[in-house]
Design a binder for this molecule. Structure first.
Ligand code: ADP
Ligand code: ZN
Length: 730
């Protein structure tokens, strides 16, 4: 009887491929395999075994190799991948490929895959290592290190690595998951939970094992992380693994440190796209083998294989970084909830400003709501928010009198301030004072942003990267009075330096934080009080705990109130609450000044009251009235092409076929006309989109299944298209 292996390959074709595999066994399901595919050898995952194929036996090829050095992907992960592939309408092979670490997507024997993240002496090796002679200083030193604590591979030089390979062959040392904290150091004592924390923990513990979804709502500093830590402790005690998701790579070092300190004996790994391939593979394999106890990572970590999974936490669950914007457009938060359901474990979503979808899920009882009302630190209170009317206190170069006075006072007290402006560069536009001409990007529907570089000013496109020298004269009227209009971080930094020449000012935005390690260096400078005033975009607003920062100034926030994106106000509210949360975290009370032309706006009023529920209820009422999510389910078909006609032509044909399906097979889905995307043109590509919505996800999904089959058969006419289920930017 011939054995047929069905293999998921990373091709856009949503089907499995059959190969002859005489020696494959059931235990090989979930393993990486190498197969011939046309002229190439591809890496795929064996997902099913069968005995017959629809392909003629003579044209079937054979599996080239089954990777039995790596444990197979567990069945629950395969099931999760199938679920995600089905829900997001993405090819299973592509989903499986994207959940492998890059180093395991390539073929060939992973020669170095066996190298562990760290080494520790084996039982028998201890004696041998202790017996190494001092006359071999390098060996002696390395042996001494090993006997004291596991040695991390990434910290070794080439010679030491070679020694360890040798000792490993002799059986003196064995692999060990990388410890991030010396094992002999005792963790700090956990603080006694506040009554709110206690209540939250009791509720979750009382629910027992099994799936239960929770929303932990608490302002920054209310002690959410402390709740996570306690739940992780419970999970460790059960001998199970915890998966902790965070929105940003930048946030992982801080949190990793806190977890490592609390659980010195446990094996903790980080997983995010900033890791070197080897590190990521090592961490992933440690998780897959069940060696790692705590996995802390960004959205991609939601697909980590975890044979002993016991708990999932999604911190800052509202953060849009959980949504993947390319390839399979998934929401890691939503996948986390499905995963918890499937694995039968609790999932805890934490936020000071939950996504409106999540808040509603809690309100209708799908999630259970837990609240942390006050700040955990006994002395810390919420910052006072002042709305500064910029119609009367008119800002110069972005800064009004009230904000300048507050900054001055903070400087006098020797305390730190943060000026938040969510625009990088010098000025959002360069303007001709003669005719009002602004400089558009020739390839995108956006203005060029004025930046200040070492060699003078530049005009830069934030979408396609175009970077040119500003012209001497206006191309329209020939006038030479060209002026920057509006503020960006660089201009505010310059203005602050003019007002406070003695202050030490640090700008933090994507331009200054781009280099690896730059971000943590900045954090350290602020923590060491080498900085008086921070100027930055939202990247400084997230999750940083600076105890001496007592003043936050917000400028340029009004912009979001006039955005065509219906989610812009939700994001603004979350950003303002988050940035306000930076002020006064420890013993120092904080103050937040928001410069706005609309101090009476309900959004700002809610920020001033620190009133998330008030904001959320009002926003949900508006969404319901307008028929927006979460009251409807949406999907958007995006098409892009070198001409608008091509993209539009494809979408019109797609709409046509959708109408047929709606009439006959799957009714109840509303289809809108194709419209330009929020950014019509990026890098010369025209982008249009077609929005679909329905009262229920099930109805929408039923429709999409049929529709995508039809779309695959439509001529693309030079357009590239992609489906986005539950889009966050339409
Ligand atoms: P969040 O994650 O909500 O921002 P954290 O858990 O980081 O809040 O807590 C904020 C601060 O309060 C931290 O410095 C933390 O150590 C402290 N903290 C948390 N819980 C307690 C507690 N029960 N008693 C004393 N301090 C606490
Ligand atoms: Zn551009």
């Amino acid at each position: 009887m011939s054995r047929i292996a069905r293999v998921a390959l990373d091709t856009p074709l949503d089907r499995l491929f059959d190969y002859l595999a005489p020696d494959a066994e059931a235990a090989d399901i979930g393993r990486r395999v190498e197969v011939p595919f046309g002229p190439r050898i591809l890496v795929g995952v064996l997902v099913e075994l069968g005995t017959h194929s629809e392909v003629a036996a003579t044209s079937l090829k054979s599996l080239q190799r089954i990777d039995r050095d790596t444990p197979p992907l567990p069945a629950d992960l395969l099931a999760l991948a199938r679920f995600a592939a089905g829900y997001y309408h993405h090819a299973l092979g592509a989903v499986l490929a994207s959940l492998l670490p890059p180093a395991l997507r390539r073929g060939g024997r992973p020669a170095r895959a066996a190298e562990p993240a760290a080494y520790a002496p084996s039982e028998t090796g201890r004696g041998e290592l202790a017996g190494i002679d001092t006359r071999k200083p390098a060996q002696f030193a390395l042996a001494a290190r090993l006997l004291a604590a596991p040695v991390v591979r990434a910290e070794l030089n080439g010679r030491e690595k070679a020694l360890l390979r040798d000792w490993s062959k002799r059986g003196w040392v064995q692999g060990h998951a990388a410890p991030t904290w010396p094992a002999d150091e005792a963790g700090p004592v956990a603080p006694t939970p506040t009554p709110d924390q206690e209540a939250a923990l009791n509720a979750i513990r009382a629910a027992g094992a099994g799936f239960s979804p929770w929303l932990l709502h608490g302002v920054t500093g209310s002690g959410k992380t402390e709740v996570y830590l306690r739940l992780v402790a419970d999970t460790l005690a059960q001998g199970r693994q915890s998966l902790i998701l965070v929105p940003e790579i930048h946030l992982t070092p801080q949190l990793t440190e806190r977890f490592a300190q609390r659980f010195p004996g446990s094996r903790l790994i980080g997983l995010h796209s900033g890791l070197a391939d080897g590190e990521r593979r090592a961490g992933w394999l440690a998780a897959l083998r069940g060696d790692a106890d705590i996995i802390l990572g960004t959205r991609l970590a939601v697909f980590t294989p975890l044979p002993r999974l016991g708990l999932i936490v999604v911190d800052e669950e509202h953060d849009t970084s959980y949504k993947q914007m390319e390839g399979m457009r998934y929401s890691a938060r939503d996948v986390a909830v499905w995963r918890a359901r499937q694995a039968g474990v609790p999932v805890l979503l934490g936020s000071a400003t939950p996504a409106l979808e999540t808040w509603r899920n809690a309100k209708v009882g799908r999630y259970r709501l837990l609240g942390l009302a006050a700040r955990a630190h006994a002395q810390a209170s919420l910052p006072k928010v002042r709305l500064i009317d910029s119609r009367t206190d008119r800002p110069k170069q972005g800064l009004g009198k009230a904000l300048l006075a507050a900054l001055d006072a903070a400087l006098q007290r020797g305390e730190q301030s943060l000026v938040f402006i969510n625009r990088r560069g010098y000025a959002p536009t360069l303007l001709c004072n003669g005719c009002g001409h602004v400089f558009p990007c020739p390839r995108c529907s956006a203005h060029l942003v004025l930046h200040r570089a070492r060699a003078g000013y530049r005009l830069v496109c934030h979408h396609c990267g175009l970077d040119t020298r500003p012209p001497e004269a206006c191309p329209d009227c020939g006038g030479v009075d060209l002026r920057p209009a509006g503020q960006g971080t660089q201009r505010v930094e310059e203005a602050l330096a003019g007002h406070f020449p003695q202050a030490r000012i640090l700008r933090v935005d994507r331009d200054t934080a781009a280099r690896k390690g730059a971000f943590s260096a900045m954090r350290e400078r602020v923590a060491a009080r080498e900085v008086d005033i921070l100027v930055g975009t939202q990247i400084v607003a997230k999750g940083h705990d600076f105890p001496h920062l007592t003043l936050v100034g917000v400028i340029g926030a009004d912009q979001a109130l006039v955005s065509p994106d219906f989610r812009a106000t939700e994001r603004l509210f979350a950003q303002l609450m988050q940035v306000a949360g930076r002020a006064g975290r420890a013993e120092h009370p904080g103050e937040v000044l928001i410069q706005t032309r609309y101090p009476g706006h309900p959004l700002y009023q809610a920020v001033a009251r620190h009133d998330y529920p008030g904001f959320a209820e009002a926003a949900l009422r508006e969404r319901r009235a307008a028929g927006f999510p979460p009251f409807v389910a949406q999907a958007v078909l995006r098409a892009e092409a070198s001409s608008e006609e091509a993209a539009l032509g494809f979408l019109l044909a797609a709409r046509e076929s959708g109408m047929e399906i709606g009439k006959s097979l799957a009714p109840g889905v509303e289809m809108f006309d194709p419209v330009p995307a929020l950014m019509l043109r990026i890098a010369g590509r025209h982008r249009l989109q077609l929005l679909l919505q329905s009262d229920t996800r099930a109805r929408l999904q039923g429709f999409l299944g049929h529709w995508l089959e039809a779309l695959a058969k439509l001529p693309a006419r030079g357009a590239k298209w992609v489906l986005d289920v539950d889009p966050v930017d339409v």
